[in-house]
Ligand binder design. Structure first.
Ligand code: DC
Length: 221
């Protein structure tokens, strides 16, 4: 039987950096489910439909197939036959993903794909509803969070490093709004599973968090 690790938590808690590294140390396949939601969002964005129109959304989704492949150990996400990994990290796609990922029609489309991957391989999967909905039987669940201040500060630094202008206050507001949306949507809201280990990375380095997750996984394997 495969060993599954679920990591959930709000945006900006460092999930993907930490999950990628912990997966590598454990020899697990890293599955970034946010990238799948982003690929669907890109497809919907390109279709130009109003996602609030359920009929149109349902029809548009029949034209959207998402799959993932691994190239040099890195997850690549495909929209139909196009590798869109480099196109899904824009603000536009983030905004569309935040809206479209709340739609049950969108979530249903990815459930089987995510569960299928976890059945076949030892995976470390990160997202918002992995421990609660997708893999309730995961052998290890982590709820990774950090204070709004810490998350905003990290994002601010990233923007500055890329030479982009931004306001710390606006980033904080944006993070609070996304948390609220993720936690209060009707379908698969972000919440800590009862049996998840809470890890607050506000005062921890990436190395320390990775070490904690790897050690918890080894204890249970
Ligand atoms: O983690 P991320 O920022 O790449 O996620 C993109 C969007 O998809 C974000 O709005 C949250 C949503 N998401 C989700 O609803 N469920 C998941 N399992 C993963 C991401």
């Amino acid at each position: 039987m495969s060993f599954n690790i679920a990591i959930d938590g709000p945006a900006g808690a460092g999930k993907s950096t930490i999950a990628k590294r912990a997966a590598r140390e454990l020899g697990f396949v890293y599955v970034d489910t946010g990238a799948m939601y982003r690929a669907i969002a890109l497809g919907l964005f390109r279709s130009g439909i109003d996602v609030e129109d359920e009929g149109k959304l349902s029809e548009a989704l029949t034209q959207i197939e998402v799959s993932i492949r691994y190239e040099n150990g890195e997850q690549q996400v495909y929209l139909n036959e196009e590798n869109v990994s480099g196109l899904i990290r824009t603000e536009e796609v983030s905004r569309m993903a935040s809206v479209s990922s709340a739609k049950p029609l969108v979530r249903n489309k990815l459930t089987d794909l995510q569960r299928g991957l976890a059945r076949r391989e030892n995976v470390l999967m990160d997202g918002r509803d992995i421990g609660t909905v997708i893999l309730p039987q995961a052998q290890l669940k982590i709820y990774l969070t950090a204070s709004v201040k810490t998350r905003a500060g990290r994002r601010y630094k990233e923007y500055l490093e890329r030479g982009e202008h931004c306001s710390l206050e606006e980033i904080e507001k944006d993070i609070e709004a996304r948390d609220f949306n993720d936690m209060h949507r009707e379908t698969a809201p972000l919440r800590q599973a009862e049996d998840a280990v809470l890890v607050d990375s506000s005062d921890l380095s990436v190395d320390e968090v990775v070490a904690q997750i790897v050690s918890l996984a080894r204890e249970r394997m």
